[in-house]
Design a protein around this ligand. Structure first.
Ligand code: UGA
Length: 437
């Protein structure tokens, strides 16, 4: 099939490459000239494991091209909208500018029978609104809402072998003509057994909002338990192990630490609350306000713990922050708790040095006032305290003995609870975890 992918960011670039890998002829379209130039030379404009190899592989087949020219969409059977929906400035709601701009730029180029597929995370009601625009343009064309559930750092595998597909169509029926078209697009993963659900438009939109809200709630739940553990002398990691053994609860997403960040969970729960308010259902989601508050409290808690670790004052203390990305295997620093903590420490008088294997360039753009150091060993030299805030493999595997001679004081705060406290203490370090005595 011939496929258009509009928006070549974390979602669209991966989607375009994966659709070409599935055998389709794909054109990726983005307004950002620089991004298109990089993708056209098979370079990923951001770090995502396996993406660059995949871009090279599929571009050799000639099935994947990139352009800034929307008229290239003409002639495709299926058009995916993969642009961002960031949080509006100063408000909780989602900024729909990019989705609306993408739709209005695309519509003049669609042909009878084409299928427009929304993948961006949007407020419920968007699909019905866009479906009307599609119908007004081409009465035989359809709009499907097909939310994306990929995780950064695993985006290629999550796109090629997702847990499930959700197709939201206007009548919610399996017999809707767009269902067969999307089944052709995803023939390979469907053939391998990936389940798919057909729903109406609002249900498909809500599946995504509900899934991210549930994940955020799970993380904040365990972080709330961490607060109680800290107050009572218990250990949240053992508590999570024990409750996670109950199948109904499960151990995944019960890692207590500095909380969730990134371009999705924080803004998605806020946009969901804002939308529920508009629909008169705000009471249903007031718990998400608490989820958000627990999450943000973790950041303040880490600043306080660091102060304690540094004998009660941050003034002039040299603090090394290990990790700037919002999670490992990503260079994404959007709403990164690690960077937010680094900035707060700096504001309170500490001399902060941040290191990260992939995210320093993005971090420096967002927080130019912080000091960044590529070389981890340089970064920790003469540090009064180390803060492990993004659990990259190389930080998990640090040898406490090897670092001793580098630092001014052997003190470490493990913001992700990934180090072995006994090992670090045995090596002479003062170790603090989160939610652990
Ligand atoms: C999240 C969802 O997991 C995806 O399913 C969804 O498609 C995506 O948002 C999206 O809406 O596009 P992602 O933002 O890549 O994916 O990252 P997650 O793996 O969900 O992690 C989010 C944050 O939670 C990270 O800061 C991570 O460090 C933190 N986290 C995660 C915890 O603090 N504890 C945990 O147990 C798990």
């Amino acid at each position: 099939m011939r496929i258009t992918v509009i928006g070549c960011g974390y979602l669209g670039a991966v989607h375009a490459a994966c659709m070409a890998k599935l055998g389709h002829e794909v054109v990726g379209i983005d307004v950002d000239d620089q991004k298109i130039r990089e993708l056209s030379s098979a370079r990923a404009p951001f770090y995502e494991p396996g993406l660059e190899e995949l871009l090279r592989e599929v571009q050799e087949t000639g099935r994947l091209t990139f352009t800034t020219d929307m008229s290239a969409a003409a002639g495709s059977d299926v058009h995916f909208i993969c642009v961002g929906t960031p949080q509006k400035k100063g408000e909780n709601g989602a900024d729909m500018t990019y989705v609306d701009a993408a739709a209005s730029a695309l519509l003049p180029h669609i042909s009878p029978g084409d299928v427009v597929v929304g993948k961006s995370t949007v407020p419920v009601g968007t699909a019905a609104r866009l479906a009307q625009l599609v119908q007004d343009q081409e009465p035989t064309s359809h709009l499907v809402w097909n939310p994306e559930f990929l995780r950064e750092g695993h985006a290629v595998a999550d796109t090629l072998q997702p847990d499930r597909f959700v197709y939201g169509v206007s009548d919610g029926s399996e017999d809707h003509p767009a269902v067969a078209v999307l089944d052709d697009v995803y023939a390979v993963p469907l053939g391998a057994g990936t389940p798919r659900l057909v729903t109406d438009h609002p249900t498909a939109e809500l599946v995504k909002a509900a899934a991210n809200s549930f994940l955020a709630t799970k993380i904040s739940f365990i972080n709330a338990m961490a607060e109680v553990c800290e107050a009572s002398g218990a250990d949240v990691t053992r508590l999570a192990d024990a409750i996670g053994m109950d199948d109904r609860i499960g151990r995944k997403f019960l890692h207590a630490g500095i909380g969730f960040g990134g371009g999705c969970l924080p803004k998605d729960i806020r946009a969901f609350m804002a939308r529920a308010g508009e629909l008169g259902a705000d009471q249903a989601l007031t718990f998400l306000r608490e989820v958000d508050a627990i999450n943000m409290r973790r950041r303040t808690r880490v600043v306080e713990l660091t102060r304690e670790l540094c004998d009660g004052t941050l003034l002039g203390k040299r603090i090394t922050v290990l990790g700037a990305a919002f999670k490992p295997e990503s260079d994404d620093v959007r709403d990164s708790p690690a960077l937010s903590i680094a900035a707060q420490l700096q504001l309170q008088g500490a001399v902060v040095s941040v290191t990260d294997p992939k995210a320093l360039e993005n971090a420096a753009k967002r927080f130019p006032e912080l000091q960044f150091e590529d070389d981890m060993y340089e970064a920790i030299t003469k540090a009064d305290a180390l803060l492990l805030l993004t659990e990259w493999e190389q930080y998990r595997n640090l040898d406490p003995y090897a670092l001793l001679s580098r630092v001014a004081s052997p003190r470490i705060l493990d913001g992700r609870n990934v180090l072995d406290p006994e090992k670090w203490r045995a090596a002479g370090w003062t170790y603090r975890g989160l939610g652990r005595a």
